[in-house]
Design a protein around this ligand. Structure first.
Ligand code: PGA
Length: 256
């Protein structure tokens, strides 16, 4: 079992040429780490996935997608199914990112259907949850997280949860350059751990709880050292190989 999962969420960035170069750079450097202990995932835009897979398939990097649709096929213009992603060798799919919830009105029930489609195809999910600044200010953070987890994970069994990674991403920390404080990270991750231990008595203690939201090469040593932080979902810093590699290096040093 890996101690940390370090995942890059590229969002809607890079042309395919630039994206392949970034992925090659990361793969080349990660492959030089002897006895790699972390799981490294990059999630580029849909259009890049197969080209990047072909470049990195012999490396230690896994490739993921940033979204999917829950139907298998049919008249859903503009959507991409889990089957299609599996066919281009995706191993992970991010669902429930706050940008999808905000701009594309994705609901917890949509996310639940996506997770079920991902499980049916035997791929892994990275489920994002997190509160807005307003919710944090009015003291409802943990009600919000509970509702998101309860609804997104409705009818997910103890066996199935093993294929799901959780990313706690406070919305107010995403892309702002200001991460949650160490205390805020610790409080949220401890809360999630006890939520999962209660809900899934056997699997709960081993569920990966990633932190995301302005995680970078500078704050990674402190954030990844927090108990119950099992890795990171990284946006901006994942597009800069030196920064992403430095976060991986931190995870390796913290892995015992
Ligand atoms: P950020 O994005 O690292 O740029 O804040 C994280 C994310 O949205 O997953």
């Amino acid at each position: 079992m890996n101690k940390f999962i370090i995942a890059g969420n590229w969002k809607m960035n890079t042309t395919i040429t630039d994206g392949v170069e970034i992925a090659k750079n990361i793969a080349l450097n990660v492959d030089q780490i002897a006895n790699l202990k972390s799981k490294i995932i990059i999630c580029p835009p849909f259009t890049h996935i197969y080209s990047i897979f072909k470049e990195v398939c012999k490396s230690k990097i896994s490739v993921g997608a940033q979204n999917c649709y829950f139907e298998q096929k049919g008249a859903f213009t503009g959507e991409i199914s889990v089957d299609m992603l599996k066919a281009v060798e995706c191993q992970y799919i991010i669902v429930g990112h706050s940008e999808r919830r905000l701009y594309f009105k994705e609901s917890n029930s949509d996310i639940n259907k996506k997770i079920k489609a991902i499980l049916t195809n035997k791929l892994n999910t990275i489920l994002c949850i997190g509160e807005t600044l307003e919710q944090r200010k009015n003291g409802t953070t943990f009600d919000v997280l509970k509702k998101q987890l309860d609804e997104c994970l409705a009818d997910i069994s103890e066996e199935e949860i093993k294929n799901i990674v959780i990313a706690y991403e406070p919305v107010w920390a995403i892309g702002t350059g200001v991460s949650a404080s160490i205390n805020e990270v610790k409080e949220a991750h401890d809360w999630m751990r006890s939520y999962f231990e209660k809900k899934y008595p056997n699997a709960g203690k081993d569920i990966y709880l990633l932190y995301g939201g302005s995680l970078n090469d500078k704050n990674a040593p402190e954030i990844l050292a927090v108990e119950n932080v099992n890795g990171g979902l990284i946006g901006g810093a994942a597009l800069v190989p030196e920064k992403f590699l430095s976060i991986i290096d931190t995870a390796e040093k913290l892995s015992v």
